[in-house]
Write a protein that binds this ligand. Structure first.
Ligand SMILES: *Cc1c(COP(=O)(O)O)cnc(C)c1O
Length: 470
């Protein structure tokens, strides 16, 4: 399996190189050259299988010959062992045909663990085979950072730099990143918002000299391997509700469009998905795009679902590429226009494709709080604010009542106790092991939102690759 860039001029790479690189050298994102498909019988055979085994079957076609099947199975079994629920990604029924897919039973209580726990051992294995090292640079709106720190701490061949927007993450989110005391983990609080931090990460990757000197690797959801790992739970959830014999719909609380793009991939692979609903908070660039056909950046507004406080959804580029019949020249032009003028109009084919595959709705702050309250009063279930944005959108975009609607619960409510208390007056409990750890001292540095300053900081803390044995 080869990977191509959405902007068409970066080299084609195999799986391992695409995973080690993250962002393509032309600024684009890697996608598989073609979508592998699973047969009806293969999908049916997932029923009742352990999560890690389904994961191996779903992931293997994307890896080509990157690793023997036994090694992949072992990596996946280890990756999902620390999850606190035996089903790994359990479904909870909350209405006659409404379900919540709980993706928060991993080590950092958010769905990002699903991919990061797989990506870390894959990268470490690839670097060991090559006798090389890498410096990971990640911008985080909250949950990516914690998941990355947990997955990459003490990996001998990797230095990890996590940029979070100062004061814009919840306390639990910040402490999950900063209370880990590991020599290879460096937390940077950037004086700015998430988009500022993400823009610096992109600029560092586009400085090819710097990039090669430190072998920069990206583990944001622009890294294909993350999307790939997230495809799996669409299969396990759908199959437990009757797929492939019966279609299901999903609503996905969306920021960078990574998680929902994984749903699109599952559909390309043959999973019968009826509707994919994009749920946004007040930072609603995607919902507006679906309404108007224009992709237009707005100002980022802080909300009670901070992991979705994003106005440029990186992974949307992958969908634009798909919806244009893989026209890399068009995507490159659109991304340049976005960079220069803050927006562009979708081509008719892109817009039609988008409307055919997706529905979208936004939840403002009151609607988010209300969704938490309504579900709690009806069932006693406590949903986190990101999940609540999804529940609101699911309700608005329900479609056919006979099709099960699965809303992805992307974080544990205890990560956002202030919002939960405000909504229902209840304090959600953190799992005991996490609570103990979060009282440890914090480690982070505060830097300006300035590329040169951050580049110097990184250079001073990475091993020079020139000194490594060949
Ligand atoms: C990252 C995150 C999201 C958004 O996911 P994308 O892949 O960026 O769309 C939603 N909810 C939570 C809790 C998250 O951590």
């Amino acid at each position: 399996m080869k990977y191509v860039s959405t902007r068409g001029t970066a080299p084609r790479l195999d799986f391992e190189d695409a995973a080690l690189t993250g962002l393509a050298r032309d600024g684009g994102l890697y996608v598989p050259e073609s979508w592998p498909t699973l047969s009806h019988d293969q999908i049916a055979s997932f029923a009742g299988k352990p999560y890690a085994e389904v994961a191996a079957d779903v992931i293997a076609p994307f890896m080509g010959h990157a690793m023997p099947s036994g090694d992949l199975r072992e990596i996946l079994a280890r990756a999902y062992a620390p999850f606190r629920h035996p089903a790994t990604a359990p479904l909870v029924q909350t209405g006659p045909n409404d379900f919540i897919l709980e993706l928060f039973h991993g080590p950092t209580l958010a769905f990002k663990d699903f991919a990061m726990q797989v990506l870390a051992p894959l990268m470490e294995r690839a670097l060991t085979r090559r006798g090389d090292r890498a410096a990971i640079i990640a911008a985080t709106s909250g949950d990516t950072g914690g998941a990355a720190v947990e997955a990459f701490r003490e990996r001998a061949r990797i230095d990890l730099f996590v940029l979070h927007p100062e004061g814009r993450t919840s306390e639990v989110q910040r402490k999950q990143m900063t209370t880990v005391d590991a020599a290879n983990v460096h937390n940077i609080a950037v004086r700015g918002n998430f988009d500022d931090a993400q823009a610096i990460v992109k600029a560092l990757f586009n400085d090819h000299g710097f990039r090669d000197r430190h072998r920069l690797a990206a583990v944001n959801s622009i890294n294909w391997a993350r999307i790939m790992a997230q495809v799996v739970y669409y299969f396990t959830a759908a199959v437990s509700l009757g797929a492939p014999y019966r279609p299901v719909s999903f609503t996905v609380p969306t920021g960078n469009f990574g998680d929902i793009f994984a749903g699109y991939v599952a559909k390309q692979m043959g999973l019968p998905i009826d509707r994919l609903v994009i749920a946004s908070n007040v930072n609603d660039i995607l919902t507006r795009t679906l309404e108007t056909g224009r992709y237009e950046r707005g100002a980022v507004m802080p909300s009670s679902s901070p992991s979705m406080d994003i106005q440029v959804s990186s992974n949307f580029e992958r969908l634009l590429f798909e919806m244009s019949g893989r026209d890399a020249d068009l995507v490159r032009t659109q991304m340049d226009t976005l960079q220069q003028s803050g927006g562009f109009t979708l081509e008719p084919a892109q817009y039609d494709g988008l409307k055919e595959l997706f529905a979208a709705a936004r939840a403002d702050e009151d609607e988010t709080m209300n969704a938490i309250r309504v579900l709690y009063n009806a069932t006693g279930y406590v949903a986190d604010p990101h999940t609540a944005v999804g529940l609101h959108a699911a309700c608005l975009c329900r479609g056919d009542d006979s099709v099960p609607m699965i809303t992805l619960a992307t974080a544990h409510p205890a990560k956002f106790p202030d919002a939960i208390r405000a909504a229902i007056g209840v304090s959600p409990e953190l799992p005991e092991t996490l609570r103990a750890r979060l009282s440890a001292p914090e480690h982070y540095d505060v830097l300006d939102s300035d590329q040169a300053q951050i580049a110097d900081y990184i250079a001073a803390r990475t091993t020079d690759r020139a000194g490594l044995p060949a």
